[in-house]
Design a protein. Structure first.
Length: 537
């Protein structure tokens, strides 16, 4: 049912109905969730929530914007407190059109002069509108509504302005004849006498709406007995909000700690719920491309490094600085840029020297007696899902990591097909790859598989040099961890193995290790000369 129709029915129902004030999307939602069948878009509360006076200081379009949020977040009808209609008959016509566009069910206009002042501020000094002029405004509003169920509640301020009973009655009758759907009779007395006197004489000619802000102590039953149609709790969500905000601010100012009160507060998850996060997630599932979890990286950095003289007395080679940051930071940055933000570094030698805060750490306490696989075992938790294993002293360009994350195979290694000639390196992890690479053939057209990685392969027999990266799919990660566990359980000293030994074992056991070829774009920090190469990298 339309919101307009629901509101019209509330007015017509013989029951005493209640609506409650709200002043923004959040409070409107809270009011609806409490069970109210309608919402009062209070001029006082909406302006106060903006921090301005209830004197039409907020423009009517600013009020409209607030209403848009309120209506969007709720399914119950909203009766706008439209003050005087923000001008003459023509402003009223335009207002009603705009309210209908925003799914507002009804408007209440009061017989004062624009710009108005809140009824509880010097009410007697406030001039009332000319009756005929006000009736014209009611008619204009009704005629402007496309939906015949859009209601106009005509509010008289006759009691507020001190004009008394006869004037109130005369005005309400005129407003009824002008086409109002209900009358709102406002009173600033602490008792409801004016209201009850009016009700007696009015004799149910049109539904009557009241705002018992000042005569709050009157039992609700009396309103029911008097035949009132609708009660508006006009400012109580705002007022209780003010109390809560004041208490909280004062508490925090005084205690400088959340510890004792955090549990009493609505959680941030409750905020997310009120914001409708569940609905977002439903659509996200439907429309957002499914990206697999970004994956994790494990960088081995346990060894001291042998070719750096006394530079490594205080720190391992991965923590030697180039361009004001350690080698490890250069390595990590490529992994993060390449798409892996969850990086675990395995330390061994001088773990206290590791100062990077953007990574997690695992520590291989037996680093001196074990090998790379021993280090890897300390970071087993990180070898799950998609992941990449690398070294803290091997710096690669981010695209190499990106490509590795796109690899289709379960286990993939990166091999540089260059034949390094720059120096006599103590040991090079040569890779033999099948099939042999044909230079004229684009790399992407061939599925290359690793046959073996071994520093004893003669350079001329090698297909290239292993870059020191192993990419694992979710299944590949499982295979790797299971293989290590099985080897350890069978008594093999797998802890002492190098990563190439493990890869060779996997190949011998029938696993397929795919190869991604690269050329240059990486650097392995083996000695002091490499440090200056990294500077230029
Ligand atoms: C409002 O809530 O803004 C009202 C009711 O108009 S009163 O403040 O009592 O005038
Ligand atoms: Mg108001």
């Amino acid at each position: 049912m339309k919101k307009t129709t629901r509101f019209k029915q509330m007015l017509a129902s013989p029951e005493l109905e209640f609506i409650c004030e709200a002043h923004n999307g959040l409070s409107a939602k809270i009011v609806e969730e409490a069970g109210f069948k309608g919402i009062w878009g209070s001029g006082l509360s909406i302006s106060a929530a903006m921090g301005v006076r209830d004197n039409n200081e907020a423009s009517w379009t600013q009020v409209l914007e607030v209403l848009e949020f309120m209506a969007e977040q709720t399914s119950v009808p909203i009766l706008l407190d439209a003050d005087t209609g923000y001008g003459n008959f023509n402003n009223m016509r335009r207002l009603v059109q705009k309210l209908e566009q925003r799914d507002i069910a009804a408007a209440c206009i009061e017989d004062k002069i624009f710009p108005k002042t809140n009824s509880f501020i010097k009410g007697e000094a406030q001039p009332l509108a000319d009756i005929d002029e006000f009736c014209g405004k009611i008619k204009a509003g009704k005629d402007a509504a496309k939906d015949s169920d859009f209601c106009i509640v005509a509010r008289t301020e006759a009691f507020i302005a001190g004009w008394g009973f006869d004037e109130a009655l005369k005005r309400c009758e005129a407003y009824r004849l002008a086409g109002a759907d209900a009358v709102l009779v406002h009173s600033k007395l602490g008792v409801a006498d004016e209201i009850f006197a009016f009700m007696k004489e009015w004799d149910n000619r049109l539904p009557v709406v009241i705002v018992p802000t000042k005569y709050y102590a009157t039992p609700t039953e009396k309103f029911r007995e008097a035949g009132i149609s609708l009660v508006i709790w006009a400012n109580h969500i705002l007022r209780s909000g003010i109390r809560a905000m004041k208490d909280m601010a004062a508490y925090l100012m005084q205690h400088q700690s959340l510890a004792a009160i955090e549990k009493e507060l609505p959680t941030v998850e409750e905020i997310f719920r009120l914001q409708g996060m569940q609905e977002y997630e439903r659509w996200e599932k439907l429309y957002l491309p499914k990206t697999s979890a970004p994956g994790k990286a494990v960088l081995l950095a346990a060894s001291k490094g042998t070719n750096f003289g006394n530079l490594t007395d205080e720190r391992p080679k991965a923590m030697l600085e180039v361009e004001g940051k350690p080698v490890l930071a250069h390595a990590v940055s490529a992994f993060k840029t390449g798409g892996l933000r969850d990086v675990t570094v395995v330390t061994g030698y001088k773990p206290e020297a590791f100062s990077l805060t953007s990574v997690k750490y695992a520590h291989n306490a037996e680093w001196e007696a074990t090998g790379e696989v021993g280090s890897l075992m300390t970071a087993k938790k990180a070898i799950e899902g998609k992941c990449v294993i690398g070294y803290g002293d091997v710096v690669v360009r981010p695209f190499i990591v990106e490509n590795l994350l796109r690899a289709k195979g379960e286990i993939t290694v990166v091999v540089d097909y260059k034949q390094p000639s720059k120096k006599n390196r103590s040991s090079v992890d040569w890779a033999r790859v099948s099939p042999a690479r044909v230079e004229s053939q684009p790399l992407k057209d061939v599925d290359y598989s690793l046959v073996r990685i071994d520093d004893r392969i003669a350079p001329e027999e090698a297909s290239g040099e292993w870059v020191g990266l192993v990419g694992l799919s979710e299944a590949g990660a499982k295979t790797l961890v299971q293989t290590i566990d099985q080897l350890a359980a069978s008594g093999a000293e797998v802890k002492k193995w190098t990563l190439p030994q493990l890869l060779n074992h996997l190949i011998e056991s029938g696993a397929k290790v795919e190869v991604q070829y690269v050329h240059d774009n990486w650097i392995d920090i083996d000695d002091i000369a490499d440090l200056s190469d990294l500077y230029k990298f």
